[in-house]
Design a protein around this ligand. Structure first.
Ligand code: PAF
Length: 281
């Protein structure tokens, strides 16, 4: 496995790979890797000859400077885990390399509508940061395929749309959320939960499955309201329980074929998210 910091070095190494006719898979991350990230790497390996993983805590997608400062940085462990997983390249650029003109002066990529609704409404600028950095990374790596977790459902939808709209010749693969035995969706944020909060956290997925079991075209508002009340009794502070069309994240209509339940709730300071897609009959 090769560790690369400089974009120019990555480009020339990957030019050679392409000249050999080998297929490149890409997994962008912000590090602090867990089994969910390793599953993304394995998925990329199952389709490609060479897998590149980037580790970059992207300042442009944080709208809170404390969050950025406190984001866990565990490079040594991450590199060891990627080595063990058999990744070929780990790309760890500096912020200066990706944003040479400084964050404010850089060209941004904005995906209309999807960047401003739901999670985007709660975190202004966040999704512009995501689409901009992913576009830059795509241009550097020029992968044939990239793998993202379905846990960040809106992010995945945004990246799919950006890739289609900008005619990028990259196949986007979404991988099902990897869960703990308790049902809790794996996340780097779970490390910040206390032992007591770790007992409560799986109830978010449990409540989501209960909504899923009862969901029809006409009862979304009432289901999300009662789930909110139930979760608050368990100690969560709900930050959004939205049930929208799974294809475009707009309100469910009579034409919608499937819905996605998007859950976001705080346990103490830690914000947990989860989602599941339901076919509508
Ligand atoms: O999901 C993440 O870890 C980040 O949003 C991503 C896609 C690596 C962009 O910084």
């Amino acid at each position: 496995m090769k560790l690369v910091e400089q974009p120019s070095e990555l480009r020339s190494a990957l030019d050679d790979v392409r000249l050999q006719g080998r297929k490149i898979g890409f997994v962008p991350t912000m590090g602090n890797l867990h089994a969910g990230h390793i599953a993304l790497v394995k998925e990329a390996q199952s389709h490609c000859d060479v897998v590149v993983v980037s580790i970059f805590v992207n300042p442009l997608q944080f709208n809170n400077s404390d969050d950025l400062a406190n984001y866990p940085r565990t490079l040594e462990q991450d590199v060891a885990a990627l080595n063990q997983a058999g990744a070929d390249f780990v790309f760890t650029p500096s912020a200066e390399a990706l944003y040479p003109n400084g964050l404010e002066a850089e060209t941004k990529v904005t995906v209309p509508v999807l960047s401003d609704i739901l999670e985007g409404e709660l975190r202004p600028g966040h999704f512009d940061g995501v689409s901009t950095v992913v576009c830059k990374l795509f241009n550097l790596v020029q992968p044939h395929l990239a793998v993202f977790g379905e846990k960040d459902y809106q992010q995945l939808a945004l990246i799919r749309k950006m890739t289609t709209d900008l005619l990028l010749p990259i196949e986007i693969i979404g991988l099902a959320t990897v869960r703990e035995a308790s049902g809790l969706a794996m996340s780097s944020r779970n490390n910040r939960l206390s032992a007591e909060q770790l007992q409560t956290a799986p109830l978010l997925a449990k409540e989501m499955r209960q909504i899923a079991a009862k969901l029809s075209r006409n009862n979304q508002a009432e289901l999300s309201q009662s789930a909110k009340q139930a979760l608050e009794k368990m100690g969560f502070k709900c930050d959004g329980i939205d049930i929208v069309d799974a294809a475009n994240l707009s309100p469910v209509t009579p034409q919608s074929r499937s819905a996605v339940i998007l859950m976001a709730a705080f346990l103490g300071e830690v914000r947990l998210i989860d989602n599941c897609v339901i076919e509508l009959h």
